[in-house]
Design a protein around this ligand. Sequence first.
Ligand SMILES: CC(C)(COP(=O)([O-])OP(=O)([O-])OC[C@H]1O[C@@H](n2cnc3c(N)ncnc32)[C@H](O)[C@@H]1OP(=O)([O-])[O-])[C@@H](O)C(=O)NCCC(=O)NCCSC(=O)C[C@@](C)(O)CC(=O)[O-]
Ligand SMILES: NC(=O)C1=CN([C@@H]2O[C@H](COP(=O)(O)OP(=O)(O)OC[C@H]3O[C@@H](n4cnc5c(N)ncnc54)[C@H](O)[C@@H]3O)[C@@H](O)[C@H]2O)C=CC1
Length: 442
Amino acid sequence: MSDTVTSRLAGFHKLPLEERLARIGQMFRLTEAELDQLRGESGLDLSTANQMIENAVGTFSLPLGLGLNLNVNGRDYLVPMAVEEPSVVAAVSFASKIVREAGGFVAEADESMMIGQVQVSNYGDAGIARERILDAKEQILALANSFHPAMVARGGGAKDVEVRLLPAPEGPRGEPLLIVHLLIDAQEAMGANLINTMAEGVAPLIEQVTGGRVYLRILSNLADKRLARATCRIPLPLLADFGLPGEEIAEGIAQASRFAEADPYRAATHNKGVMNGIDAVAIATGQDWRSIEAGAHAFACRGGQYRPLSTWYLEEGHLVGRIELPLALGMVGGPIKIHPGAQVALKLMRATSVRELSMVFAAVGLAQNFAALRALGSVGIQKGHMAMHARSVAVTAGARGGDVEKVANLLVKAGHVKVEKAREILASLPPETPAIATLTNG
Ligand SMILES: CC(C)(COP(=O)([O-])OP(=O)([O-])OC[C@H]1O[C@@H](n2cnc3c(N)ncnc32)[C@H](O)[C@@H]1OP(=O)([O-])[O-])[C@@H](O)C(=O)NCCC(=O)NCCSC(=O)C[C@@](C)(O)CC(=O)[O-]
Ligand SMILES: NC(=O)C1=CN([C@@H]2O[C@H](COP(=O)(O)OP(=O)(O)OC[C@H]3O[C@@H](n4cnc5c(N)ncnc54)[C@H](O)[C@@H]3O)[C@@H](O)[C@H]2O)C=CC1
């Protein structure tokens, strides 16, 4: 890898596609095979796909873009993002460009502590059952760890046991739920399989000490002991745009944040914007994005009301943004070492540990949210988003090659980003079939 990796690649989107690939190839010393992977010329082969899932009949591709300008804790990151939605990659790059001028994102992440749940029923007296489980804590931990000695050797494995008593959903006549939490350090893995093995493995011992009956044994996707946080602090003058002063743009963002804090209807969309970025990096790097989504939204509901994952406020001449969410990610495990695309994406990402990866994910979520709120609180989302969506509309209308850009530009100029209008414009153009090397993202 080149010693001079920088995520500040001004005008990268204006380069022809092959030149973009050449620049990245050089910067990251990518092999021809890795470049072919990015070009989609090799990709996930059918026989590997067939080993990954059931009833495989093919593979499915998504565009992979690079989020630029990101700087987290003083280090530059080029963020691989697999996403079908126009403007997401541009938005993260846009926001990160402003934040890097303000000193970049500051982020941190907890250790990889996950929760395995064991549900006990017919346990008799709840207080006595609870005491017996806690008395057997060391025995339970030793048994759990016996299923994964390699994880213990790495410094991970089962670390603690907690017991929770939950009110019966049927009301006072029902048996309160007795739930045992195994706290397990999954180290560099997301950990689901490891946790499930341990949870199933300790169930007979828990039945024995309580005299009860165990039903469910499974990890929790509400990984609230594995949180990542990112913050940024932007001086107001850096926000000036659209002929508006920085104070006005910042006020729009702070008002949007208040709206999301007060109203779950708005918070859902606010968090969708956050997850635009996080899901895209998760897919590119081979993460279980359903688990990340489930964890994020469950965390957003803590305290009983669905709330935004990120907040923004004004403080001493700065706009301050903060995000916190559970991120159960892996650098190993699941499809990560199997999917060749995930391997290339992780090479581009340059994170050396799962905690570093989580910090970058959190910063991407905050950057994505900043770009959306900045647009929403000022000129509106359609201006920037529709300009990029126009290219998809042009393709839907049948434009190909260099015609796509021409039709998209004329659509934006006409102020009607609609398929019928695109067809009309396309029909008025002379036919052409340009090479892939001319495709830019102007
Ligand atoms: C779209 C922008 C960034 C344009 O914004 P702009 O003002 O045209 O950007 P710029 O020309 O000032 O460029 C600044 C930087 O942005 C990047 N950039 C700029 N253009 C491109 C491009 N074509 N391709 C790739 N990167 C691009 C690039 O890094 C560039 O730096 P440079 O390279 O020039 O030094 C802006 O309007 C924006 O951020 N809009 C918000 C878009 C957005 O949030 N999209 C998400 C989808 S909408 C949604 O699903 C979520 C939502 C909105 O509902 C969430 C919510 O409600 O909270
Ligand atoms: N509810 C959920 O979220 C569920 C998710 N899953 C799936 O489980 C998979 C993830 O499970 P994992 O246990 O993470 O994967 P995994 O089963 O592939 O295990 C990770 C492997 O990596 C090895 N390893 C090597 N170096 C390591 C290191 N430094 N730290 C940690 N492990 C190291 C471990 O020994 C282990 O064999 C994903 O595919 C996910 O989709 C499965 C069930 C439920």
